[in-house]
Design a protein around this ligand. Structure first.
Ligand code: PDD
Length: 282
């Protein structure tokens, strides 16, 4: 893999960062993941806008133009093979001489970009394909989950907890027992052919996949779509439940806490929306 680090393209195993980088010491940085299918970035502009918003939210001064992003990312793609890739961008506050909590003066952000293979969007239409299994967990992350920070310990522990219990992902809920998201995905449910997803606030990431799917539902289908809080009970009683992200695409879940979601099979609404989504991606 060829990566980009602070202005230079080089082999990934030759890319070196100081242990005094605040990304390493504090998780003091912002990241972004952009899916690439058939060499085309999906949602490029939206990902760059979210990255910029995150940087501003935590006070990292970094403002490449859209053209600069286009040229660096296209060059990176040109130097790497693969039809289905995720571009990973990380910008940390930078390297300082001493470990201190406060922002150092005149610090230069560290920018690192790599890419790795991901699966193409699958269609879960064949009877052989199974949906995901989930467990619910109380959301133990910090209170700014709308910021895509590299400090992912909460997410990592939630995910590992579900792996340890031999399920695919977790469904996180807040103190009011409302669903927030999964460890690295947004959530949609379907009830009586109406589609719901939690509204954007500081409890969840404004997913680009979420936004793309909402636009597709509104523009190309007659399904009702409502952003509203979803209680854990409503999730349990849903006909369908989907997880969405740049790397998972739309993934149907069929089991929650050992109980079937709907009839426990990949749902019919999912199949229609997923077809539209795959068409959008390719
Ligand atoms: N994660 N919620 C969380 C907590 C996430 O980490 C992600 C994405 C999403 C979905 O966002 P999007 O549709 O823009 O990918 C929701 C990425 C893929 C990751 O951490 O690897």
């Amino acid at each position: 893999t060829t990566v980009y680090l602070n202005g230079t393209f080089l082999p990934q195993d030759e890319a070196m960062i100081s242990p005094m980088d605040r990304g390493f010491l504090f998780g003091d940085g912002i990241y972004e993941v952009i899916p690439v299918h058939l060499r085309r970035m999906i949602g490029f502009k939206q990902h760059i806008i979210r990255l910029q918003t995150g940087l501003e939210a935590i006070g990292i001064a970094f403002d490449w133009s859209e053209e600069k992003w286009q040229s660096v990312l296209s060059k990176l793609l040109g130097l790497n093979k693969g039809d289905n890739l995720a571009i990973y961008i990380q910008i940390s506050r930078g390297v300082s001489q001493k470990r201190q909590h406060g922002f150092p003066d005149n610090i230069q952000p560290t920018i690192f970009i790599t890419c790795y293979p991901i699966k193409p969007p699958t269609n879960y239409l064949s009877s052989a394909s199974k949906g995901l299994t989930l467990i619910s967990q109380q959301d133990r992350r910090w209170r700014n989950c709308h910021i895509k920070t590299t400090s992912l310990l909460g997410n990592v522990l939630h995910y590992q907890n579900s792996q340890n219990q031999q399920v695919d992902e977790c469904l996180l809920y807040n103190e009011q027992k409302q669903v927030t998201e999964a460890s690295a995905c947004n959530v949609f449910i379907v009830k009586n052919n109406h589609i719901y997803t939690p509204p954007l606030d500081s409890q969840l990431l404004p997913g680009i996949t979420r936004a793309i799917i909402m636009d597709l539902i509104t523009a190309k289908t007659t399904f009702g779509l409502t952003e509203k809080s979803i209680s854990l009970d409503e999730a349990r009683n849903a006909d369908e439940l989907w997880l969405t992200s740049s790397t998972r695409n739309i993934a149907p879940a069929v089991i929650l806490d050992n109980a079937k979601i709907g009839d426990g099979k990949v749902g019919e609404v999912y199949k229609q929306i997923n077809l539209l989504f795959n068409k959008h991606k390719f």
